[in-house]
Design a protein around this ligand. Structure first.
Ligand code: MG
Length: 196
């Protein structure tokens, strides 16, 4: 599933670069990332539709995006201890970033939460990164952005002068021109975040 999700993200990135970042019609449907992933795994449209209904019901009870990388809590604590400001800049479909972080148990680790649905800009649009920088009173070259999408996270942040770092645990992006880490631990073990 992890590989299928990563490969879906990679394919979406390439597709959007090709299409000039005009989203395809299916990207306006709820849970489109899951639909794409299940489709790529060979699930037929009808089965997928029934599964998405179940996902919807579960999502109302508790945010579905609540899986946390086991290294995340310790890494966030350590980065905070080093004096860094920590923010989330997230594309959401429904403005429920806070619910997601609550369900994940890491909401309190962050100084700023930026939800695309609420601010009206989505990655890879530079406006959402600039919004976060302004709120944190930082220049782009004082900030790093870590994400699992090569195009929407790492390249987009890099394009405005932030240090875009790709989290690529399955080594799906050997072509990457930006710093790439295999695990979150590398954020504290290495010096990626020291931007100047
Ligand atoms: Mg992501």
């Amino acid at each position: 599933m992890g590989r299928a999700f990563g490969e879906m993200l990679r394919a979406v990135g390439s597709e959007m670069q090709r299409e000039g970042f005009v989203p395809a019609d299916d990207m306006k449907r709820p849970h489109w990332t899951f639909r794409r992933m299940y489709g790529a795994l060979g699930m037929d449209e009808l089965t997928c539709e029934s599964l998405v209904l179940h996902l919807d019901a579960a999502h109302l009870e508790r945010h579905l995006w609540c899986g946390v990388d086991s290294q995340a809590p310790r890494v966030l604590d350590e980065l905070k201890r080093q004096g860094l400001l920590l923010a989330v800049v997230s594309n959401t479909e429904d403005g429920r970033l806070i619910d997601s972080l609550d369900a994940s148990g890491i909401r309190d680790s962050f100084d700023l939460l930026v939800d695309s649905h609420l601010v009206g800009h989505r990655k890879p649009d530079e406006a959402i990164f600039r919004f976060a920088l302004e709120r944190l009173e930082l220049e782009a070259d004082e900030a790093a952005y870590v994400g699992d999408s090569y195009v929407h996270d790492a390249l987009a942040a890099g394009a405005i002068g932030m240090r875009g770092i790709l989290l690529d645990p399955l080594d799906l992006h050997p072509e990457s021109v930006c710093p790439r880490i295999g695990s979150l631990n590398e954020l504290v073990e290495r010096v990626w975040l020291r931007t100047r």
